[in-house]
Design a protein around this ligand. Structure first.
Ligand SMILES: [Fe+2]
Length: 287
């Protein structure tokens, strides 16, 4: 079965959110939504999420799932906001507990911050399956970029989050706490073992040098032949060396500090203080 896939590109964070619909009905899932955040003013905005909500309402779609490929470090999730408006269960990988434990320490969270993934409606593990109407989704655990990264294989489409990017851009960084280039290599081999014609939808696009347009759809066959980091049967040793060298030169994403605090809570802000005000922390010299 081939789901109908609509991508929504967020220019501020280069993120693609997806609406994935069962072609035989109205059921859909929303993958990796974005809550806009202006760091300099500390203000949130819902225009990106509102565009997706307007789309599913106009089409009369029934939102069954709000899926996260991982705890993003470059944008805040809008899953709880979207859930409030149109429903759906929020799902992420069950290794979220590892991520919560790591960043619970980084942000010196108190015991009220649960590290058991209970902020999410569903924790998926390798081999789990789920349904969007009559469409079947299968879950691959694809760690490396983070320990909890998942790939959702829905019909003939794979939503790979931050593992592979477009073939001319390569792969995702592996230098966040709990990341590993060797793990990412092995995870990518799982994705490349899917049928050649599988459509691959990536989590970000940055327009590789020489390309004028943003793109987010490719195939397993194209990745195997053309991916600049891992195509043509690149060895694990070569990949790890390239990835680790490159990661050492990358700056932290602009929104990593607010993103992690919100996304490890399934897209919710920390609890308000006694006056009802909400604060995010900035850990100094920790990241
Ligand atoms: Fe990411």
């Amino acid at each position: 079965m081939s789901p109908e896939v609509t991508g929504f590109f967020d220019e501020a964070t280069n993120t693609i959110s997806y609406v994935v619909r069962d072609p035989k009905g109205s059921a859909c899932a929303i993958i990796d939504s974005v809550l806009d955040f202006d760091y300099s003013s500390g203000r949130t905005d819902t225009r990106s999420a509102d565009a997706i909500i307007a789309f599913v309402k106009e089409k009369g779609y029934d939102v069954q799932w709000l899926l996260e490929s991982h705890v993003h470090a470059d944008h805040l999730s809008a899953a709880p906001y979207i859930q409030e408006q149109v429903g759906g269960k929020i799902g992420i990988g069950d290794r979220i507990t590892v991520v919560q434990d790591t960043f619970g320490k980084v942000f010196n969270e108190g015991t009220e911050f649960q590290r058991d993934g209970s902020q999410f409606d569903k924790l998926f593990k390798e081999g789990d399956s789920f349904h969007i109407g009559q469409l079947r989704g299968d879950v691959l655990h694809t760690p490396g970029h983070t320990p909890a990264c998942l790939t959702y294989v829905i019909g003939d489409a794979a939503f790979v989050g931050d593992t592979l990017f477009m073939p001319d851009f390569g792969t995702a960084r592996c230098d966040f706490p709990g990341g590993s280039s060797k793990m990412l290599y092995n995870s990518i081999q799982k994705i490349l073992a899917l049928p050649d014609e599988t459509r691959i939808f990536v989590g970000h696009d940055y327009k590789a040098p020489g390309r004028d347009e943003y793109e987010w759809e490719t195939t397993v066959a194209e990745q195997k032949a053309l991916n600049v980091h891992i195509g043509q049967g690149k060895s694990v040793e070569d990949f790890v060396q390239m990835r680790d060298t490159r990661d050492a030169s990358l700056a932290m994403p602009k929104l990593i500090i607010p993103s992690l605090q919100v996304n490890m809570r399934a897209g919710n802000m920390p609890e308000p203080d006694e006056k009802g005000d909400v604060f995010l922390k900035v850990p100094v010299n920790k990241l």
